[in-house]
Write a protein of this length. Structure first.
Lengths: 293, 345
């Protein structure tokens, strides 16, 4: 008696849920991944967010939402307690058994890409737009994003043709102490190259550097990204903790640029084009055209 | 002589506490389920045919999330505490900790290899990949312990002092290896490695639980049978030998048991400190050094402490979650200091 009843209930539930799926979009969202949360907000989905992970720091208002912890170390019950309809995140999200538990509880889990390339941004925007019922806005944002980056590429190429390509280092530090240098294959490296710089670091990943090696590389421009301090304070801390930098051309010519460290995590976000334009302007101060549009 | 608790009273109290901890662990979590729903879902899960309307969520959370997690916590806590007793008995030193024979360092090394080097292995069968980390940790723990044991042996005798020093050296070596792998790791794997080193009962599932439950049950059934021998060993090795204990065999069995038990616990839940050190202490403080009491009482107390620590871990920052190693260390370290100060006065 119980089994047919259960089967019937299951069928009814399936029919109801497919109908519901077509009729209504997920209303309660949990987002894991800084860039994704930013895109959700940019698409007007912020009111639907009921929880974000610790890498979602922008826009500022997201910090007021319940935190589900670090995206690789999610807790199934914690997320379920927010009663979400959908959990969006990148393939960095985990651990896998927890995602399986969340799926089993009937929550839709959407895995998007955190790759640093334009195709990933397009696919992510399309998917998010569909889930939010904002396809047009998503297409518009994607087109703008493409256009901004393409225009920048053309301008950077022109600048590179007429000017010397600066040798650049990206230092990621905490209050200036023992900065890590962004090597090949990092998001930082991609950012430097997009803005027209030549990354002097040839190692893989983010690595510590000796002061002497830092002096030997003698960068034309230093881009610094500090997790604890901002602006002038970060710069002073960096110079104080790394006296070897003082002898470099970058410091002598006062060519030090700050970069928001949250831009380097979790794929390409909406704030990136502006940051790249600023960097390019700092790399090619002599170029008369403005990089901003 | 300090007032001691009667062994029977202690065991009964701990059993009741254990039941209470299990109940709390099943009833509390970031999702607040009404008490009545929890009860009904629990009854349904145990096979009773009662009306299950509106219970899908409660059943899912209880059966798929909280129950495996509770079982994992019990097994890990019990095994770590038992192995702590075994090590403190073997080294005749209350400061001994299961990590002393290198099993934790070996497991950490194995885990680092799996996490950082996972991509180097490449082309692994799909079904095997999720278990690589656990397997590497287990094999690493067993391997390093075997090496430490081997280093402590000379002329058919195991020298406990040599073994201890070899354990210290291997722990340092393991730390260096983990450091090297952290250096080679990229950001993502580095975070994974850090979190693994702090332990977690998060994401427990039945298919990962069975191997540990089998190991835990064998350790829990076997160690208490050696309680008398452990008592004799307290007097000293030659005294134990005169009492007719096969000391070499006992040592071998204790080391093997610890390697197996801690290896399996670490493989399932990552590194969780202080349970193996503090729980046997606590029990001896209450009931005296008789291993016939210390072993079963530590088993229960280990489970209780682990479940309570896990409650803190999952509720303190909900909906996020604290690694449980942080909680056990926050409870364990001050407790240890109190013992130290009280022992001096």
């Amino acid at each position: 008696m119980r089994r047919p009843a259960a089967l019937l209930a299951l069928c009814a539930a399936l029919v109801a849920s497919t109908q519901a799926l077509a009729a209504e979009l997920p209303q309660r969202w949990v987002s894991a991944g800084g860039a994704l949360s930013e895109w959700v907000s940019a698409l007007g989905g912020e009111p639907r967010l009921v929880g974000v992970d610790t890498t979602s720091q922008h826009p500022e208002s997201l910090k007021g939402l319940p935190s589900i912890g670090y995206q690789r170390q999610l807790s199934a019950e914690g997320i379920l307690s927010l009663r979400p309809d959908v959990l969006v995140g990148t393939e960095e999200m985990g651990p896998p058994p927890v995602l399986a538990q969340i799926r089993k509880a009937g929550v839709r889990v959407e895995l998007l890409s955190s790759k640093a390339d334009l195709a990933a941004v397009d696919a992510n925007l399309k998917q998010l737009g569909m889930l939010l019922g904002a396809e047009q806005k998503a297409a518009q944002l994607a087109a703008d994003y493409h256009q901004q980056l393409e225009v920048l590429q053309v301008q950077v190429k022109e600048a590179q043709a007429s000017h010397k390509v600066p040798g650049v280092l990206l230092l990621v530090g905490h209050a200036g102490a023992k900065p890590l240098i962004a090597g090949q294959g990092t998001a930082g490296d991609w950012v430097l190259r997009q803005a027209g710089g030549r990354n002097l670091a040839e190692h893989q990943g983010y690595k510590n550097f000796s002061n002497e090696a830092l002096a030997a590389l003698d960068p034309d421009v230093v881009v610094f990204s500090d997790r604890a301090l901002v602006g002038e304070q970060a710069l002073q801390a960096l110079l104080k903790e790394n006296p070897a930098l003082a002898t470099s051309r970058a410091v002598r010519d006062k060519r030090l640029v700050s970069l928001d460290p949250t831009l380097l995590v979790g794929g390409l976000g909406p704030r990136l084009p502006v940051a790249l334009q600023d960097l390019a302007a700092a790399f090619y101060p002599a170029v008369k055209v403005s990089f901003t549009q | 002589m300090k007032q001691r608790v009667q062994p029977r009273t202690l065991i009964i109290c701990l059993s009741l506490l254990c039941l209470l901890a299990v109940w709390l662990s099943l009833a509390l979590g970031p999702v607040s389920l009404p008490l009545f729903d929890t009860l009904r879902a629990g009854l349904r899960l145990s096979g009773l045919r009662i009306d299950g309307e509106g219970l899908q969520q409660a059943e899912m959370i209880l059966g798929q999330i909280r129950l495996p997690r509770t079982l994992l916590g019990l097994a890990v806590g019990a095994v770590l505490a038992l192995c702590g007793v075994a090590m403190q008995g073997l080294f005749r030193n209350p400061l001994a900790d299961p990590g002393l024979v290198g099993v934790s360092a070996g497991a950490a090394m194995g885990a680092a290899v799996a996490i950082v080097g996972g991509s180097w292995f490449g082309g692994m069968p799909e079904a095997f990949a999720p278990y690589l980390l656990s397997l590497c940790a287990f094999v690493g723990g067993l391997g390093v312990t075997a090496l430490v044991y081997r280093l402590g042996r000379r002329d058919g005798q195991t020298n406990v002092a040599t073994m201890l020093l070899a354990g210290v050296a291997m722990t340092a070596l393991g730390g260096a290896a983990v450091g090297l792998f952290s250096y080679l790791a990229d950001d993502a794997t580095l975070r994974t490695l850090t979190f693994w080193n702090l332990g977690s009962l998060n994401g427990a599932s039945y298919d990962r639980l069975w191997p540990l439950l089998i190991v835990a049950a064998s350790v829990a059934l076997w160690l208490p049978r050696r309680a008398r021998a452990l008592n004799a060993l307290l007097l000293g090795e030659s005294e134990a030998r005169h009492l007719g204990i096969e000391v070499e065999r006992l040592k071998r069995e204790l080391v093997f048991c610890t390697a197996l038990g801690v290896g399996a616990a670490v493989a399932a839940a990552g590194l969780i400190g202080f349970i193996g050190l503090v729980v046997p202490h606590l029990v001896r403080l209450l009931a005296g050094p008789d291993h016939r009491v210390v072993l079963p009482a530590s088993l229960l107390a280990g489970g209780v402490l682990m479940l309570l620590a896990d409650l803190v871990a999952r509720l303190a920052l909900a909906p996020a979650e604290l690694p449980i190693g942080i909680v056990t260390a926050f409870i364990g370290a001050p407790f240890f200091l109190v013992l130290l100060i009280r022992g001096r006065s």
